[in-house]
Design a protein around this ligand. Structure first.
Ligand SMILES: [Zn+2]
Length: 451
């Protein structure tokens, strides 16, 4: 007759069983394992007691990521988020409750996981990613991002790439490479990418995947609307100011305002035989947002957590390297290897050439526009310095009032007038990167008459 297990035994065996599925993966060989994978109980031990994972963002993706990673056995998670909890977050950011409104997301998320999953410890940081330096980021084995801002994504990409060191033979020191898993969602669309800094394509290599925000030409909005969005924009930009219905500026959070815009936009759409104007669309266009979809976040976070697990355990090959996901009509995924740009601003070791047609007519302002408008750079507000006669010279810096004033006149001067010659190096700083980027002016003098 079998002895009845004591309650103590059963809880011990339950906690042993808890990781059985992971053990099946980590302690057995299989046809899809990496060739250099050696099954061992030490791997689970590594995930639980040694691996240090940084989650950036504790919002829609962040909540999912923390839950997934904690339940996959990771024992040491860290999370950075600069936001506080709002009522509208609660439908999908399931680690938060109504009483948490107004509190920092990172702290509430960490508290929830720490209370619920006793094998995991989450350390929160109620801060911006820019508040931390390279020493902070080097302590992590893998970094996973669930961000909604492209500038922040570019900044962290640039930071992680700047940590890469090169050996004497010019090859990358593999010890210095911290894998970056990046998830992003927009309504029913999402993507996951795996970035091995300086080895595979980085965020900046494929910057053209993030087109600048959609704006509609005013003439289309005013005279030839084709899309429901055109009708909403018309009411938002033209009709609101003309009719001034509430004697105040349009407030996207005021339901009365949105209802007014909705009715007017619907009238206009009917007049032009356009369908698809809904209250929700009006809200989205007025506030310039795409509604967050919980199921998209769940799918993207799960794919990211899978990649973190593969990276940290070394059991399977990681995804190579970019997955698109769409659950608008059914479910669609597509994975491809995004190519590394050998001249990438961030991850290539090559100096950046800044091509200028005619230095006699190109002004400093033209150069700044080039840095902001070109799909390759998409800078926000670059500051530019150079070295002349062995001295540092600030050419433009709009972020500091007194310097902005002093350097304003430079903007309308040509590069020639500023004394910048072919091959001159410019040091460019911008919010999209923690580093100063060195660019070398390259004049295309073929077309220019020298006199
Ligand atoms: Zn790159």
């Amino acid at each position: 007759m079998a002895a009845t297990p004591s309650p103590c035994d059963s809880s011990a065996s339950a906690s042993n069983k808890k990781w059985n599925n992971l053990r099946n993966i980590l302690e057995r060989d299989g046809p899809f394992c990496k060739t250099d994978f050696t099954p061992s109980p030490d791997i689970l031990d590594f995930l639980q007691n040694t691996a240090k994972i940084l989650v950036i963002g504790a919002g829609g993706l962040g909540c999912e990521l923390l839950k997934d990673l904690a339940m996959m056995g990771f024992g040491d998670l860290h999370v950075i988020d600069m936001d506080t909890i709002e009522l509208s977050n609660l439908n999908r950011q399931f680690l938060f409750r109504r009483c948490d409104i107004g509190s920092p997301k990172a702290e509430c998320a960490a508290r929830f996981i720490n209370q619920r999953i006793n094998t995991c410890s989450v350390t929160p940081y109620f801060a911006k990613i820019q508040d931390f330096d390279d020493l902070f980021y080097t302590q992590f084995h893998v970094i996973v991002c669930g961000l909604d801002s492209i500038v922040a994504r570019r900044w962290i990409n640039s930071m992680i790439n700047s940590l890469v060191t090169y050996q004497e033979d010019g090859n990358v020191d593999p010890q210095s490479v911290i894998p970056l898993i990046d998830g992003g969602t927009e309504g029913f669309k999402g993507n996951v990418r795996v970035i091995l800094p300086s080895l595979t394509a980085c965020v900046e290599c494929t910057l053209d995947l993030f087109p600048p925000q959609v704006t509609y030409p005013l003439c289309t909005i005013a005279s030839k609307p084709r899309l429901p969005e055109h009708c909403v924009e018309y009411v938002k930009i033209i009709q609101w100011d003309k009719e001034n219905p509430f004697s105040c500026a349009l407030d996207g959070d005021d339901p009365q305002h949105i209802s007014w815009v909705y009715e007017k936009a619907l009238d206009r759409a009917n007049k032009h035989n356009i369908t698809g104007v809904t209250y929700r669309l009006v809200q989205g266009v007025v506030k310039n947002i795409i509604p967050a979809v919980a199921s998209t976040n769940a799918a993207i976070a799960a794919a990211c957590a899978n990649e973190v697990f593969k990276m940290a355990s070394n059991c399977y090959e990681c995804m190579s390297n970019f997955m698109n996901f769409n659950d608008l009509d059914g479910i669609y995924t597509y994975t491809y290897a995004a190519e590394k740009n050998e001249e990438c601003l961030v991850c290539s070791n090559a100096p950046q050439a800044l091509n200028v047609g005619n230095p006699y007519t190109t002004t400093l302002d033209d150069v700044i526009h080039m840095l902001c408008d070109s799909p390759k750079y998409q800078m926000k507000n670059p500051g530019i310095t150079t070295i002349m006669y062995g001295k540092n010279k600030t050419l433009h810096m709009s972020s500091v009032g007194s310097i902005a004033e002093r350097t304003r006149a430079n903007l309308t001067m040509s590069l020639y007038q500023l004394g910048l010659r072919d091959g001159q190096q410019l040091m460019v700083s911008d919010a999209t990167s923690p580093r100063t980027i060195t660019m070398q002016l390259k004049y295309n003098l073929v077309d220019v008459e020298m006199n």
